[in-house]
Write a protein that binds this ligand. Structure first.
Ligand SMILES: Cc1cc2nc3c(=O)[nH]c(=O)nc-3n(C[C@H](O)[C@H](O)[C@H](O)COP(=O)(O)OP(=O)(O)OC[C@H]3O[C@@H](n4cnc5c(N)ncnc54)[C@H](O)[C@@H]3O)c2cc1C
Ligand code: SF4
Length: 507
């Protein structure tokens, strides 16, 4: 008896992309020779808190789950986080359970930027079926005008007065009671937020074997003559070292986890891996990109939102000609949502007076009087970041071009506050001196050859046979449409390409 488990496909990393692709391939794929249903394993380093067996009832939730996830914020799940930088949730469902809910489908320009960056053949028309799937599963709709707060409307009217066209930001929700806990990484206890939960449920329905609490140590890559072939994975579960084998392996460990895992497997840049190198690819861990932004906070002397306000918002995009970079987006990030406007955070805000009576008075009202408008630079051309073999993100946090854009964005927002019918009493107009990348992407990007990328436009490794990669890691550059929905759309495109090329009769 072999001392390993065998599958037809191993999906390494059970997050947003992993759950989606595993469930759909199990549903639609067949063994190319026998026509049998596929045995698919989904291996995830984190726990399986949010079981999906019960049918989803958006707007009601499931009593068991409702009790377990009373609006828990993503930071509260970080008892045993990955030792990597970046946005991540170590659990079955990954960031797909905790994303904020702002649901821009990829813009036309995103496809242009992806092709420009790495030569992928991705076009809007090719992605149509994937876009339709995600629009429907997430129920993507514009924010509802009647839920907009006074703060949202002040933003909208000031933007209009400046000749801009603010639009209600799209949200991915169904039967939402607008409890106000979206926006900043809360689980939805009513199962209303579009999330990985749907696909976890589909995994269970279509027989995917979910293996939680199982950190994958490496992908098994064997050399055969001049070829390198993926054979399976080694992982540790509950202290036991285990092996699983499959003729096809898909890595979906996100922007931080994917390059770390591939480098641990001996696949990466020669100068980094030295004598641990099995297969060389200089692009593994390179090109780290994502959303780069800055929020300009303001304090009003009247309530601009309810304490637990809505999560709707308006946003608009400024063209490249305005600020030097394409797609600087301005959004009223905290004019409505609870977001990070928690009392314990606001108590230490730069607007907060010294502790005393004045501070007490400030605390009485600040949750409903603090607003923030953010400028986000999407898809800039810059010397991007690197993910090291231990998951540290290294990049020039004071890149002058990006700081210049954020400074100009800050000035634009200050003017926008000034145009409001009710003006704030305080505005933090200080431009940032450093920035961080949020919603990271592109660390193992797709592209035309191994000279500039790790996988081809169909998600097949350029260098290792039977190895595929998807998740935020393959998106060629940061998006104008944030990350979650583009990652999901790319994942919905991935399963279609993999089924057609590898898991259909005669493939
Ligand atoms: C709090 C929060 C709020 C966000 N809000 C928004 C938003 O409003 N709009 C938006 O567009 N985007 C948002 N994002 C970003 C978006 O959710 C992510 O970019 C996207 O979900 C990433 O999907 P992924 O599949 O690439 O990675 P993930 O969902 O992170 O999945 C990767 C999975 O791989 C697992 N893994 C990694 N390494 C290993 C290993 N060695 N062994 C086993 N398992 C491993 C991880 O545990 C994880 O489950 C938010 C993210 C967070 C965390
Ligand atoms: S606002 Fe968000 S967290 Fe609250 S019910 Fe709606 S989808 Fe769920």
């Amino acid at each position: 008896m072999p001392e390993y488990d065998s599958y037809d496909l191993i999906v390494a990393g059970g997050g947003t992309a992993g759950c989606l692709i595993a469930s759909r391939i199990a549903e639609h794929g067949i063994h190319p020779q026998t026509g049998d249903r596929l045995r698919v394993a989904l291996i995830e380093g984190g726990p399986y808190y949010i079981r999906g067996q019960a049918e989803l009832r958006p707007g009601y939730g499931v009593p068991e789950r409702r009790r377990a996830v009373v609006n828990i914020n993503y930071q509260e799940f970080r008892a045993q986080p990955w030792p990597y930088d970046g946005h991540q949730n170590k659990m079955v469902g990954g960031c797909g359970l905790h994303w904020g809910g702002n649901a821009h489908l990829p813009f036309g320009e995103d496809y242009d930027h992806w092709r420009r960056e790495s030569g992928v053949d991705w076009e809007e028309e090719k992605f149509q079926a994937a876009v339709d799937e995600i629009s429907q599963v997430y129920n993507i709709r514009p924010s509802v005008a009647e839920n907009m707060t006074l703060g949202n409307n002040l933003f909208r009217d000031a933007a209009l007065a400046m000749g801009r066209q603010p639009k209600p930001s799209p949200m991915g929700r169904r039967n939402c009671i607008n409890c106000g806990y979206c926006g900043s990484g809360h689980l939805c206890k009513y199962d209303s937020k579009g999330s990985s939960l749907y696909y976890i449920h589909q995994c269970e329905k279509h027989g995917v074997k979910i293996i939680p609490d199982a950190e994958i140590e490496k992908v098994i890559i064997e050399k055969q003559g001049g070829r390198a072939v993926a054979r399976g994975v080694h992982y540790t579960q509950y202290g036991e070292y285990r092996e699983a084998r499959a003729p096809k392996v898909l890595v979906t460990c996100g922007a931080a986890g994917t390059p770390v895992l591939l480098m641990r497997s001996g696949y990466g840049p020669r100068e980094v891996l030295g004598d641990r190198l099995i297969v060389e690819n200089d692009n593994i861990g390179k090109h780290l990109d994502g959303d780069i932004g800055h929020g300009v906070d303001a304090l009003f002397d009247i309530d601009i939102k309810d304490l637990h306000g809505g999560v709707e918002r308006y946003d608009f995009t400024i063209s490249q000609a305005d600020l030097g970079y394409q797609g600087v987006q301005i959004r009223d990030s905290k004019m409505s949502a609870i977001d990070e406007a928690y009392p314990h955070v606001l108590a230490l805000h730069s607007f907060a007076p010294q502790p005393g009576w004045e501070h007490k008075e400030y605390m009485r009202t600040v949750c409903s009087r603090l607003g923030s408008i953010a400028a986000t630079v999407g898809a800039p051309i810059w010397d991007k970041g690197v993910v090291t073999p231990t998951g540290t993100h290294v990049y020039n946090r004071s890149h002058p071009g990006i700081l210049k854009s954020l400074k100009e964005g800050t000035e634009f927002i200050v003017e926008l506050y000034d145009r409001m019918a009710i003006r704030p009493i305080k505005v933090d107009a200080t431009p940032p001196k450093r920035f961080t990348i949020e919603h990271q992407t592109s660390s193992c990007r797709a592209g035309e050859s191994s000279k500039n990328s790790v996988v081809n436009s169909d998600f097949e490794s350029h260098n290792v046979e039977n190895l595929f990669v998807s998740s935020a890691a393959v998106i060629p550059c940061g998006n104008l449409s944030f990350a979650h929905i583009p990652v999901s759309v790319v994942a919905a495109y991935t399963w279609r390409r993999l089924v057609e090329n590898h898991f259909s009769r005669g493939a």
